[in-house]
Write a protein that binds this ligand. Structure first.
Ligand code: BES
Ligand code: ZN
Ligand code: ZN
Length: 520
């Protein structure tokens, strides 16, 4: 999709469809809705005034109203998109609004759309502080780009109903605000593109996206983006002593892939990175298909386990954005990719493995394979120099039981890192909910014959047991674990996103990296 940013009165833009946002400015629970358009264009407001006066459109979040041939507006259609109550307006509501506008055009064959940048909020200054222009333009681009994609690649009867062109039109005349809008727009295009890149990987079936293929795609992305990338296989796992990762991989006829991507910041001449500058390690679970192994999963729903590499995809997507956004910190990403299969060479319950760190692990269940590959991935990232770690993984069904599909799980051993992640979340609009992984849970993963075991001692707190296991391999390094099992796949189509891979965590990880990076 081509994108453009224009600074002019939206009414003067000739386009098949112009979308404008609307909020309900009424105050009090029982008051009738009072709709206001977020535009400074009188022509646009006037064109919609008559319909809005009927009270039929109430500007609830996601509500849409389409006007054809609006008076004194050059657009062929005017789409009004509701964002809900003005007093609770957030950047996330605007992101979803832009996404709704982009998806509205698709089934109607509207291939070019324009979105009016929200202006004239009639909100108090304090509220406006939470709606900075740069974040708004960024959210609009992210929302629209992510919304535009449908996962019909494998349908032979698919109708190509993509939106070819998206224009963001802002009237803003203040130079500094224009700059903010421009920067946000640029970032939104990068981050939205990275999220879609991750989603496309997750969408691929297990027979296409094997560990080797994931390595190839990561390498191709890195070559294009200017990142260093090495893809290793079994030999390297054995050489490094990755006994946990290798155990998972050896049940499959397909070789594993250990993908290492590196971003080096380019500094101005004569400048060097401070000695205490962080080196950020991104570690992803890349199980291209999880059958459960010898502890095999039930057939019902097993097809979904092709998305067990969503954590890996998030990291690969994040690296793509990082290469383009160029933060001033080194970033290393380690992706551990394998297929978890039952076979004559598969690892078994009862096996004792020695991880790269030297810790011994009793295998209680071969379906708890994600933590095994990550154990070695986290340790390796540290060995490569990471001073800050984050991992993303579709790790446990228990996390989905705990948080449903509205929040992913967040675990950490470090308050400052967590605070940086909270800032990142506010910018990304993604929802993670912190769960504990304090040392009093350590007994959950105590083994009777090895240092630790790969499941909890009972059913309770399964997501925490997973996190406690990973914590064993990060040591003192500040670390965040994101359990995205419930969020990696959108089960129900929404007005703002297609059913299928969500690309969750890409945006927050990118923001977290930027938050931790030294500022110019
Ligand atoms: N890949 C699964 C977790 C998962 C579940 C991802 C649902 C996406 C949706 C993981 O490898 C797994 O099977 N975990 C087990 C752990 C258990 C054996 C301790 C689980 O959650 O049941
Ligand atoms: Zn599993
Ligand atoms: Zn898994």
């Amino acid at each position: 999709m081509d994108t453009k940013l224009l600074f002019q009165d939206a009414a003067g833009l000739a386009t098949p469809m112009l979308a404008v946002f609307a909020v309900d400015v009424s105050i009090g629970k029982d008051a009738d809705p009072l709709v206001a358009l977020l535009t400074t264009s009188d022509a646009v407001s006037n064109a919609a005034a008559q319909v809005l006066a009927t009270g039929e459109f109430q500007a609830t979040a996601g509500e849409q109203l389409l006007l054809h041939k609006p008076d004194n507006v050059k657009a062929e259609r005017l789409l009004v998109v509701g964002l809900g109550k003005a007093k609770s307006l957030s950047v996330e509501a605007v992101r979803k609004g832009a996404a709704t506008a982009a998806r509205f055009g698709k089934p109607r064959g509207i291939r070019e759309i324009a979105i009016a940048f929200p202006e004239d909020f009639a909100l108090d200054d304090e509220h406006m502080e939470s709606l900075p222009a740069g974040l708004l333009s960024r959210a609009i681009m992210e929302g629209a780009l992510v919304a535009e994609v449908d996962y019909d690649t494998y349908r032979s009867d698919r109708k190509d109903r993509s939106v070819d062109s998206l224009t963001l039109v802002a009237r803003e005349s203040e130079e500094s605000t224009r700059k903010e809008i421009q920067n946000g727009y640029d970032e939104g295009v990068i981050v939205g593109g990275a999220q879609n890149f991750a989603r496309a990987l997750v969408n691929e079936p297990g027979n296409v996206l094997t560990p080797e293929e994931l390595g190839k795609r990561a390498k191709a992305m890195c070559d294009e983006a200017g990142l260093k990338c090495e893809v290793h296989s079994t030999e390297k796992l054995l050489e490094l002593g990755m006994g946990a990762f290798h155990a998972v991989a050896k049940g499959s006829a397909l070789p594993p892939a250990l993908i290492v991507m590196t971003y080096e910041p380019k500094l101005e001449k004569g400048k060097t990175l401070a000695k205490d500058a962080p080196v950020i390690g991104l570690v992803g679970k890349g199980i291209t298909f999880d059958t459960g192994g010898i502890s095999i999963k039930p057939a019902d729903g097993m097809e979904k386990m092709k998305y067990d590499m969503a954590g890996a995809a998030a990291m690969i997507g994040a690296m793509r954005a990082i290469a383009q956004l160029k933060p001033a910190a080194r970033v290393i990403s380690v992706v551990c990719s394998a297929e978890n299969m039952p076979s004559g060479t598969a690892y078994k319950p009862g096996d004792v493995l020695t991880a790269m760190s030297g810790k011994t692990i009793e295998v209680m269940n071969t379906d708890a394979e994600g933590r095994l590959v990550l154990a070695d991935g986290l340790h390796y990232a540290k060995q490569l120099g990471a001073t800050q770690l984050i991992d993303a993984a579709t790790l446990t069904g228990a996390c989905v039981v705990a948080l449903g599909v509205n929040n992913a799980g967040l675990f950490s051993n470090d308050e400052a890192t967590c605070e940086a992640f909270q800032v990142a979340m506010r910018r990304s609009g993604e929802s993670f909910w912190r769960l504990p992984c304090t040392d009093d849970y350590k007994e959950y993963i105590k083994s009777s014959i090895a240092d630790i075991m790969n499941t909890g001692m009972n059913r309770w707190g399964g997501a925490i047991s997973g996190a406690m296991f990973l914590k064993e391999f990060v040591g003192e390094t500040p670390w965040i674990h994101l359990d995205i099992a419930g969020m990696a796949w959108v089960e129900n189509q929404r007005s703002y996103i297609a059913k299928g891979p969500s690309g969750v965590a890409v945006r927050s990880i990118v923001e977290w990296v930027r938050e931790l990076s030294p500022k110019p």
